[in-house]
Ligand binder design. Sequence first.
Ligand code: UDX
Length: 516
Amino acid sequence: MSDLGRMGNSSVERTKIAVLGMGHVGLPTALGLAELGWDVIGADSNPETVATLKSGKSWFYEPDLEPLLQKHLASGRFTPSDDVDGAIASATVLFVCVGTPQGDDGKADLTQIESIARMVARNLNGYKLIVEKSTVPAITAQWVKKTIARYSRVEPSLVGKGNGHGNGSQAAKPGKRVRAASTQPYFDVASNPEFLQEGRAIENFFKPDRIVIGVESERARELLEAIYRPLNCPIVVTNITTSELIKHAANAFLSTKISFINMVSDICEAVGADVVNVAKGIGLDPRIGTGFLSAGIGFGGYCFPKDLRAFMHLGEEHGADCALLKEVERINLRRTDIFLKKVRKALWVPQGKTIAVLGLAFKPRTDDIREAPALKIIKALLKEGASVRVYDPEAMPNARHVLPEEPGRVTYCRTAYETATGAHALLLLTEWKEFKELDLHRVRDLMEVPILVDGRNLYDPADASRAGFEYHSMGRDSVLHHFPVLTNVRPAVRRRQAATPAKLEKATTKLRAVAN
Ligand code: UDX
């Protein structure tokens, strides 16, 4: 164990950690903990996932992840295993990072959580701290506790007291020393929600804004504080249900911010204002904050859409009025339609047109396409008889499973420039940095018709217009009236002419003279 992991407490020093579930949350968490000096088993019931990890590769794209994986396979502090029972049996702290997908009714499907609880029950060979990291509805921990107690036949009075003997008097008092591990089978359940963003998971792990821990015992609290202390950030300690709720409330609030700015975006468009500047203007007020105010085609991914529904479901089940969140979801679902309307307006008839699409992932720096707005948009355009040429720096292998290559209809390209070639319109659907850095003049020259519909407000309207595009974006003036665009002119001439309005004017006069 490194210095970071040494806490000067005998029970803590012996602690071994198992992270259960090697997904987008589990793997970065396990590697982060290994980097902090802990011995970590990364358990997953999928042998293929484990074999991939053992070979030093991640099964999904996440910046900075693979070097850390290779480092800790070599240091011996990270051990991938498909023996989940074995991992549970040999560890003291178990971080549960399995999936909580959405059930048919919007409710979170907790099958995998229950299954882990039962596995813990049959491997309860001493004290264990079971830490929920997956996003779960409030009160899930109570069920985890009941399930473990039920299947392991631990006396319910021994659960969650944190002293090994069922004596609640030591519970959650600051400054109390934790006793050495008992051989008696007993356990604590805690909640420690993750706030990792895909594409920034490693960065987020080492520089968290805060750590939230929900505990019922002093022992659980000390263990978790010891684990996270080296990160040197505020630690919010609450009861378990509050901690579970914090995660849902955080995601619901961020989703609300996005839907709010998207609503403002529609108003901006209607009255001729600029939503990017509105976001800046309101965001600099610290009570509002600049983050999560980018208008566009809406939020996707594995968390926001699913967690919003699960939170509403929980609220409604308990009689709370969740109309606000319903509206947040409704606004989000309409974003792709609003974008498609723009595309139709620009193209007039999509049927028979070739549309270039930049970006498939639900956001940049990930290969994740779950609930990606880009895929909904592409499917709608295909239905209307258009063909698509698509490119994403990382998400194409995943996209091929749900959007297979079809000659003449769906073409996967190797670069953004290849994608634009011969297209009647270019749609920007994920704001990857490499798309921001494209040579727009070159892109324009490759296209059949220079229409650019920017679903993420990635480009400066004036730049796009100067490059000769008919440019449409979200909640902003397209500035077409500042820079009239000529079409049906040879590309090289077009580029020069499009450079400034004065040049454009001159070129137009010249063309008119030739025509007359
Ligand atoms: C989210 C939470 O941010 C994270 O704390 C939690 O742990 C998991 O869920 P993630 O799903 O990885 O993380 O992505 P995030 O960066 O939050 O973006 C979610 C979606 O919102 C993306 O589709 C993104 O494009 C969209 N978004 C984000 C906007 O449309 N506008 C914004 O201003 C910000």
